[in-house]
Design a binder for this molecule. Structure first.
Ligand SMILES: Cc1cc2nc3c(=O)[nH]c(=O)nc-3n(C[C@H](O)[C@H](O)[C@H](O)COP(=O)(O)OP(=O)(O)OC[C@H]3O[C@@H](n4cnc5c(N)ncnc54)[C@H](O)[C@@H]3O)c2cc1C
Ligand SMILES: NC(=O)c1ccc[n+]([C@@H]2O[C@H](COP(=O)([O-])OP(=O)(O)OC[C@H]3O[C@@H](n4cnc5c(N)ncnc54)[C@H](OP(=O)(O)O)[C@@H]3O)[C@@H](O)[C@H]2O)c1
Length: 493
């Protein structure tokens, strides 16, 4: 709510004038009003891995380029802060590299700037020699089934944002008073969510999960989590490390149906090695007799998680009073096609699975950011050739908005370096606008006239220190600040 309040304050600043998104061209003489720069002025939109790796590569391979990173949140790092699970702290070490980049004299972080609303892409293109769009995939893919809007159904994206302190998700208040939760989709996000739901809360106490989320998880009554896939064990999207964590999760036991694995032993001989190892682990978990120690551990487990295969979501079932979710109707499927093209097709049979919570984890989705930027709504990406946005010289993209919402941080890094290379090649070839550009000086004036006060990296470092200090007493790496108003107050803005 607090975040919403601050937006209202800013909207009121625009009253009486056209909102910035309505303005598409800048006044004549725009460049002359500001001290202009002959060094390449580049801006990056988004401060997740794509934004930071793009900036890092640009700064490393061009000794003069100035890179400004615009970010809509008050704080940097995108999904590294708001996506990566709290019990995976080692993954967040990339923040150290990003911090070095942000501290470079030729780099500046500009938080609290919503590109496409506070400033338009054409305005950025006018002020900079090149603009790189690295704004990720902020929506979730909808299931498109009846009942999806019922209380008790939510996206994994919102649930993840909630436990990771994303301000806009702090009011989610998931109701964990039920016995059974169903997660739709079998990717790594689904496993993150299942693990957070089932991990004994005391194991999360020393992580950077928010205190509020931990409080709700401590009261949770959820005993069983079903992770449902429309295809089979050979097609799961999660990876072996994450599966192993589930299998070893304290206080829980896996439920796998050996019937789902019939005939798989022969099929896995032909699949690539990572898939083979993953499927072998699934197979062993499903069919092998347990050793005495593991059998005892599982027998004493109070919680369970299971994989259900060949089931596609068809309808969310309401409680008798129609007020919330009571279950999910799944269409039983069979597979058609071979290899990557294997598709799930309904057999006509259905199965009802009672549950009190449905989390849909069928993927993230990018949004169009500005009417002037081409966008492929079907693929959910900005159409591009090697990071060059089609028909838009000087405009580039990197990360999930370029590739679609798959791939880990390392893949995003490689992809971002490729976009940066393409930009630097164009710069060298004289394909970017010639002549000086004002860069941030011009945008600062626009933002200021619109009542937007950007947050700098040193502002973030103050918030970072405050979070670390709040976490220290309870032995946590940090207690995240989740209230935008409080952040502004702490910064004296
Ligand atoms: C739940 C989850 C857990 C994950 N866990 C792992 C993991 O453990 N290990 C791993 O390697 N990978 C993990 N990944 C994948 C990894 O997070 C992605 O590969 C990576 O974050 C993609 O980077 P990105 O910069 O394209 O997007 P993002 O990280 O989403 O960054 C985009 C940034 O753009 C900003 N932005 C959006 N719109 C605007 C706008 N209009 N104006 C200004 N700024 C804007 C956003 O606020 C955000 O900061 C996980 C992904 C998810 C969803
Ligand atoms: N620990 C980590 O390293 C970590 C953690 C989290 C995320 N990530 C990465 O982040 C990326 C995104 O992860 P993700 O889990 O959101 O996406 P994902 O890996 O693409 O998985 C999406 C899942 O949803 C299913 N699905 C899609 N549409 C569906 C529909 N209409 N009905 C039913 N099921 C549907 C997919 O099944 P089909 O295969 O049948 O389409 C798949 O099982 C991945 O690359 C992931 O590896 C990594």
């Amino acid at each position: 709510m607090a975040a919403r309040c601050s937006r209202w304050v800013r909207l009121s600043v625009w009253t009486g004038t056209r909102p910035p998104s309505a303005r598409r061209t800048l006044a004549p003489g725009f460049h002359q009003q500001f001290s202009t720069q002959t060094t390449p002025q580049i801006c990056v939109v988004g401060s997740g891995p794509a934004g930071f790796y793009t900036a890092q590569h640009l700064l490393k391979h061009h000794t003069q380029a100035q890179v400004d990173i615009y970010e809509k949140q008050f704080v940097p790092f995108g999904l590294v802060r708001f996506g990566v699970a709290p019990d995976h702290p080692e993954v967040k070490n990339v923040i150290n590299t990003f911090t070095q980049t942000a501290r470079s004299e030729r780099c500046a972080f500009r938080g609290n700037v919503v590109v496409g609303r506070d400033v338009t892409v054409p305005e950025l293109r006018e002020a900079y020699h090149a603009v790189v769009l690295s704004y990720g995939a902020e929506d979730h893919r909808a299931l498109g089934i009846p009942g999806e809007e019922l209380p008790g159904v939510c996206s994994a994206r919102a649930f993840v944002g909630w436990y990771n302190g994303l301000p806009e998700n702090q009011e989610l208040a998931p109701d964990l008073s039920c016995d059974t939760a169903v997660i739709l989709g079998q990717g790594n996000v689904a496993l993150d969510v299942a693990r957070i739901l089932l991990t004994p809360p005391e194991h999360l106490e020393k992580t950077d999960i928010t205190e509020a989320a931990l409080g709700v998880l401590r009261q949770s009554q959820v005993k069983t989590v079903w992770i449902v896939g429309r295809r089979g064990p050979l097609q799961v999207a999660f990876t072996i490390k994450e599966l192993r964590e589930m299998i070893q999760l304290p206080g829980t036991r896996p439920i796998l149906d050996p019937a789902d694995f019939l005939g798989l032993q022969d099929k896995i001989k032909e699949v690539p090695r990572p898939r083979k190892r993953l499927t072998e682990l699934l197979l062993r978990t499903a069919v092998e007799k347990l050793g005495a120690e593991e059998a005892a551990r599982q027998a004493s487990a109070s919680r369970a998680w299971g994989l259900r295969f060949f089931r596609s979501p068809q309808q969310v079932l309401p409680s008798p009073d129609g007020q919330r979710v009571a279950g999910i109707r799944l269409a039983v499927t069979r597979l058609e096609g071979v290899g990557e093209a294997t598709r799930a097709v309904p057999t006509g049979e259905t199965e009802d699975l009672p549950c009190g919570l449905v989390l849909s984890s069928v993927g993230y989705k990018s949004r169009p950011i500005d009417p002037s930027v081409p966008f492929d709504p079907k693929l959910g990406v900005i159409p591009n050739t090697e990071g060059r946005v089609v028909d838009a010289p000087g405009l580039y993209c990197s990360g999930w908005v370029k590739t679609g919402p798959t791939g880990v941080i390392a893949t995003t890094m490689t992809d971002s370096f490729l976009t940066s290379q393409a930009l630097l090649q164009d710069l060298k070839a004289g394909l970017l606008p010639a002549g000086p550009r004002p860069g941030y000086t011009a945008i600062q004036a626009l933002l200021s006239s619109r009542g937007i006060q950007p947050i700098s990296f040193s502002d973030w470092e103050k918030l970072d220190a405050e979070e670390a200090s709040r976490g220290r007493d309870s032995g946590k790496p940090r207690e995240k600040l989740v209230d935008s108003q409080e952040m502004l107050r702490l910064l004296g803005h």
